[in-house]
Design a protein around this ligand. Structure first.
Ligand SMILES: CC(C)(COP(=O)(O)OP(=O)(O)OC[C@H]1O[C@@H](n2cnc3c(N)ncnc32)[C@H](O)[C@@H]1OP(=O)(O)O)[C@@H](O)C(=O)NCCC(=O)NCCS
Length: 150
């Protein structure tokens, strides 16, 4: 059975393996993943089957702005198309909502059809395209989700 849970220290090796496979030279170096775990542990989710890591979602919260972020999302190639990417993102949104985030933001490459489908399905909107967000002269779409706490 596949479970979604908060990432534990022992999950990081599996998370880093997926991160490096899917993002290649753009992946976070392992020391950054470790430090993000230390500061964003509450918003670091994994999908796992027994001890095998199938995917992860990493978020963050700017408490001053009450703005949450979806910082990274990755699903192992063999585990795609089963709804894990959407479930991980949906659960991350719930965690950020519970901390009274008023908006959740993310950026995505404009040609990333499957990720954009997930974000739109979950209510993210936005067409703002930034030319050089990661200083790599690649376009990046900014999407946001407004949260109502009524
Ligand atoms: C994006 C990613 C996380 C999606 O993971 P996943 O577990 O396969 O996603 P899901 O199974 O939840 O699929 C989400 C939706 O996208 C759809 N989809 C999948 N591939 C698609 C494609 N190439 N074109 C259009 N839609 C697609 C699915 O049908 C599904 O829609 P549905 O809910 O209506 O059935 C995964 O492909 C991945 O790790 N990609 C590389 C890393 C990445 O791009 N991360 C996002 C960075 S912003």
């Amino acid at each position: 059975m596949i479970k979604i849970a908060k990432a534990q220290l022992e999950d990081l090796a599996g998370i880093i393996a997926i991160e490096q496979d899917v993002f290649d030279t753009d992946s976070y170096p392992p020391f950054v993943v470790r430090q993000l775990f230390d500061i964003s542990g509450d918003y670091f989710l994994v999908a796992k089957e027994k001890d095998k890591i199938l995917g992860y979602a990493l978020g963050g919260l700017n408490t001053k702005k009450q703005q949450g972020w979806v910082l990274s999302l990755g699903v192992h190639r063999d585990a795609r198309g089963k709804g894990l990417g959407k479930q991980l993102t949906a659960q991350l949104i719930e965690l950020l909502k519970a901390e009274y985030a008023e908006e959740i933001a993310l950026t995505v490459y404009p040609d990333n059809t499957s990720a954009i489908k997930i974000y739109k399905d979950l209510g993210f909107v936005g067409e703002t395209v930034l030319d050089n967000y990661f200083f790599d002269h690649e376009e990046r779409v900014v999407m946001t989700l407004k949260i109502s706490h009524q």
